[in-house]
Design a protein around this ligand. Structure first.
Ligand SMILES: [Zn+2]
Length: 389
């Protein structure tokens, strides 16, 4: 992160130096982006733009009541809301990403504006996909696997066409099609990791590697985490790992060396090598001469947990937290620009919505002489922004 700020500072210095060549007045930087970047971090001379939050009558919190698009969140408590708001105000959206992601997964946080969009988008996207299926000349005669492939194609095209959606296509796709059947699939696990969110993230990391044996020497950055997961009963280590799994993770060359002169001939297939070594009476002793068992770790199956559903739930809640933070961050940027717009002599203001949904793209390049009243984000996950001309 410090590197980023260093670059920002260098950019500001270069900008001011360049400006001093052309204009005698170096005290008022006229680039909105640079000015915002500085004030959002130091917050020295500028007044800090407030995000704030209000409790709602139905147990939720409205985050950023004065932002262009406040978001209503359910499932979090007052401390969570305060932490979220204060981080946003201090420009620490990046720093709280993991914490917020975990909070969304742990407390199954609901966002009203996201739910409203999904209520509009889901039936609409279904109609779009159905229309593409009916119009397809391949669908009727396609095999099951080809149908799966075609359906993914229709879905992607439908998301692109959807008039109002988060600008970031992957986010829209995950939110529309990847919602887990059971959002609470990870709750039991999350509860166990309530006080050690880092370990939970490591577990997800370990899950994505599957049940393969992983070699983690003492200096490996994952080592501490793997040891913690082993202590908690989620991984097994060294001698506990079935011999067959250790062999399956080795190269054929390595297995050939271990078999040595006992190998009937050169192994040509991995299965053959594994079968041969497994049948030797002293395989473990042979392995111990060439590998350190302490370095080996393997994920255990988790009783009562569907790992595939768990991975899916995690991917979904990551997108939910991402779209909430992006929307609030965009609202805050607009608000900051609004508050400081009076300080600048702008020729006009322009909407940049090139990267957003079809509805927003229609407005791309729209200009105003005075600072506009209606500011982005115009919807959840909106990628439009106002720029100074
Ligand atoms: Zn849009």
């Amino acid at each position: 992160m410090w590197l980023f700020w260093l670059i920002v500072i260098v950019a500001v210095v270069l900008y001011l130096l360049k400006k001093s060549d052309t204009s005698p007045d170096t005290s008022t930087a006229s680039s909105p982006n640079l000015k915002i970047t500085i004030s959002s971090h130091s917050g020295s001379d500028e007044q800090e733009t407030k995000v704030g939050f209000l409790p709602t009558s139905d147990g939720g919190f409205q985050i950023g009541p004065s932002l262009p698009l406040p978001l209503t969140l359910y499932g979090l408590d007052q401390n969570d809301a305060a932490k979220l708001v204060s981080a946003l105000e201090q420009g620490q959206e990046y720093e709280i990403r993991e914490w917020f992601n975990h909070l969304v997964a742990q407390k199954n946080i609901l966002c009203k504006e996201l739910a409203d969009w999904l209520a509009y988008a889901k039936p609409t996207i279904k109609r779009l996909v159905d229309m593409k299926r009916l119009a397809s000349s391949e669908w009727e005669t396609a095999t099951d696997l080809d149908k799966e492939d075609l359906l993914a194609e229709f879905q992607n095209a439908a998301v692109e066409e959807l008039a109002l959606r988060p600008g970031y296509i992957e986010t829209a796709t995950t939110l529309l099609f990847e919602e887990p059947h059971d959002l609470t699939v990870d709750d039991a696990l999350l509860a166990r990791f309530k006080d050690t969110p880092d370990t939970y993230r490591s577990l997800l990391y370990a899950i994505s590697a599957g049940s393969k044996v992983q070699v983690s020497p003492a200096a490996d950055y994952r080592r501490k985490t793997f040891e913690e997961l082993t202590d908690k009963g989620f991984m097994r280590r060294g001698q506990e790992i079935p011999l067959e799994d250790i062999l399956a993770g080795m190269t054929m060359k390595h297995m050939q060396e271990i078999a040595g002169a006992d190998a009937p001939k050169k192994f040509t297939r991995k299965v053959q090598a594994v079968e041969f070594l497994k049948a030797l009476p002293d395989t473990r002793q042979r392995l111990e001469k060439t590998i350190s068992f302490r370095e080996l770790f393997q994920l255990k199956p988790i009783e009562g947990i569907d790992l595939e559903e768990l991975a899916k739930a995690h991917a979904y809640s990551s997108e939910v937290s991402r779209v909430i933070l992006r929307t609030l961050g965009a609202g805050l940027e607009s608000q900051r620009l609004k508050e400081s717009s009076k300080d600048w002599e702008a020729d006009g203001w322009e909407l940049n919505s090139e990267e957003c949904c079809p509805d927003c793209r229609k407005l791309h390049g729209k200009t105003w002489k005075r600072f506009p009243q209606k500011l982005p984000p115009f919807h959840i996950g909106c990628d439009a922004s106002i720029e100074m001309q």
